[in-house]
Design a protein around this ligand. Structure first.
Ligand code: 5GP
Length: 190
């Protein structure tokens, strides 16, 4: 995705050796055209897997997951981040550390929207240590549904999340791989 890489170069802000601010294209403002293209890309990568639902975490994953779900013609379900659903027994909940907020948050999905016969594609904006992804995957496992893979817009290769998931047997595809942010410079892995 040359267009994505160019947008990251043009609009990304290196906050530290660990953190890349992508507010202008992912986390605050959304570029609809680029987002739809990314959704098409993920849909093409996973189309043969007969996905029945796309799952993400609110809020930054929603736009990309929406575009992917639209292309695949299936519903999008987003995990909420706090206890905002009434009957707890009807909700699957996992507590995960938040990379950017430095605190723990609860991810929740109503059992109504994850069924045993579902084939789930997980979509998210950025992967760092993989905690959000692991929490979401645990929720999918507990629902009895099948996780067919994960599509991530930006993989920070210098942090362990993406490769740990791959090593556990999960198919993880990312659209941009960042090898380093050292010295304020964005270096892509490919
Ligand atoms: P993880 O759970 O993999 O450690 O972190 C994933 C979540 O933290 C992502 O959904 C993303 O919102 C946020 N995050 C992690 N690293 C970065 C980063 O470098 N920049 C931004 N903007 N968000 C990040």
């Amino acid at each position: 995705m040359d267009k994505l890489k160019q947008a990251i170069i043009d609009q990304g802000v290196v906050v530290s050796d660990q953190v890349l601010k992508l507010d202008a294209l992912l986390n605050h403002q959304v570029d609809p055209q680029l987002t739809m293209e990314m959704g098409r890309q993920f849909a093409d990568l996973f189309r043969s897997e007969h996905v029945t639902r796309v799952v993400t975490v609110e809020s930054s994953g929603i736009s990309i997951a929406f575009a992917t779900a639209y292309e695949l013609g299936v519903p999008l379900v987003f995990a909420r981040r706090k206890k905002s659903l009434p009957a707890e027994s009807e909700v699957l909940c996992e507590r995960v550390p938040s990379f950017t907020k430095g605190m723990v948050t609860d991810l929740l999905i109503s059992k109504e929207f994850l069924k045993e016969n579902d084939r789930i594609l997980f979509i998210d904006d950025i992967i760092a240590n993989g905690d959000a992804a692991r929490g979401l995957i645990r929720i999918v496992e507990r629902s009895g549904a099948t996780l067919i893979g994960a599509g991530i817009v930006v993989e920070k290769c210098f942090q362990p999340g993406a490769n740990a998931l791959r090593e556990s047997g999960i198919r993880l595809e990312s659209l941009a791989k960042i090898a380093s942010l050292e010295g304020g410079k964005i270096v892509f892995a490919d």
